[in-house]
Design a protein around this ligand. Structure first.
Ligand code: TRP
Length: 361
């Protein structure tokens, strides 16, 4: 069986370092591993519209931001098809068929949807499209017969729901679709990078993100203003590394080479953390180190983004080609789906022959 990746992001803002360690870095690694036959990376504008219906311009402006973020981290259009969700109408058709295989109460139990409904204060005014977006996400994944979906932890309920839809479809209509697997980053610290304010998650609305496209100075200022252990008042005081975002960022980003280069007092992160915990290591020194580490990782990304920004028509060309390729794949799956569902009337010579016989003997 071919190994196929599909994953994506909603274009509602620029991508941040949480996206990077949680999924983007993994995608690039998988892309360059050469182990996958096809890779599809989706800019999920239709999904973004499910809770931004009145704000289409915001979604439209962020499609290119996300595309630039993708290209700048090293997603390579020669190896990965980057596509815009709305340009593949087959996905909408597939969602409509899947709606018959999912109950309202099952959607209500989806923990990600539940949390998002609360966060957005939708209460009784949940748009139907938003409520059903897990079904549309199942269509995104299965339309490409994806085997592997590299995502952040918050997307696991979507994968579970997708797998259920696949099993239901295959049991009702015959083996057609592929059950996908989620792929999480192996480094635990990468699952959920906290905000620079120490809140559980980076989020644009909280204003606590470091963006991939931030300037060197913006990154430096954000790092130096990061929340740390509030009880670590004097350098000599023992410090807490648990729940300390500076320490979590180092878990996600720091490698032993970084110590050799920027902070040779320590061989590795364990030594630095041990010193912090027993006291005698100040926050400023740790933040300076984190800043150096982040700048090392982000500088090439920033430079690559600048190059692509100079050729926006070229970026749209990449998106058009990726979408064309994706549409071909999805159309092929839809042919199989329609035939499994017995709605392929005009392609079925046998149907027409048998019915002629039925009516005319
Ligand atoms: N729900 C994802 C997000 O919030 C975006 C997305 C849409 C997606 N379709 C997908 C992710 C399919 C993985 C697979 O960013």
């Amino acid at each position: 069986m071919s190994k196929i990746i599909l994953t994506g992001d909603r274009p509602t803002g620029r991508l941040h370092v949480g996206h990077y360690v949680g999924s983007l870095r993994e995608r690039v690694r998988l892309q360059n591993s050469g182990e996958y036959d096809k890779i599809f990376i989706m800019i999920a504008d239709a999904q973004a519209l499910t809770d931004n219906a009145e704000n289409p311009e915001k979604v439209r402006q962020n499609v290119i931001e996300v595309a630039l973020d993708y290209l700048s981290v090293g997603l390579d259009p020669a190896k990965s098809s980057i596509l815009i969700q709305t340009q593949i109408p087959e996905l909408t058709e597939l969602s409509f068929y899947y709606m018959n295989l999912v109950t309202v109460s099952r959607l209500q139990r989806n923990p990600t949807v539940k949390a998002e409904i609360q966060m957005r204060n939708f209460e009784a005014n949940i748009p139907v499209g938003f409520f059903t977006y897990p079904i549309s996400q199942a269509a995104d994944i299965t339309a490409f017969l994806a085997t592997t979906v590299p995502v952040g932890e918050d997307q696991l309920p979507m994968l579970e729901q997708t797998r259920e839809i696949v099993r239901k479809f295959n049991s009702v209509y015959g083996e057609t679709l592929v059950e996908p697997e989620a792929l999480l980053p192996s480094n635990k610290a990468c699952l959920r990078l906290p905000g620079i304010d120490g809140k559980a998650k980076m989020s644009k609305s909280l204003g606590n993100c470091i963006y991939l496209s931030d300037t060197e100075e913006e990154v430096r200022q954000k790092v130096m203003s990061m929340f740390t252990d509030p009880n670590h008042l004097r350098v000599s005081d023992p410090g807490q590394v648990e729940g300390n975002p500076v320490s979590s960022y180092l878990d996600a980003f720091a490698r032993d080479e970084h110590f050799a280069e920027f902070c040779p007092d320590y061989q590795n992160l364990d030594e630095m953390k041990a010193h912090y915990s027993r006291g005698g290591l100040g926050d400023v020194k740790v933040k300076r180190f984190l800043n150096n580490v982040l700048q090392t990782e982000l500088a090439p990304i920033r430079a690559k983004r600048k190059e692509y920004e100079r050729d926006i028509p070229g970026v749209y060309d990449i998106l058009r080609k990726g979408s064309d390729k994706a549409r071909e794949e999805a159309a092929h799956t839809l042919d199989m789906v329609r035939s499994a569902m017995r709605i392929n009337y005009f392609d079925d010579a046998e149907l027409i022959r048998a019915q002629s016989e039925k009516f005319n003997g």
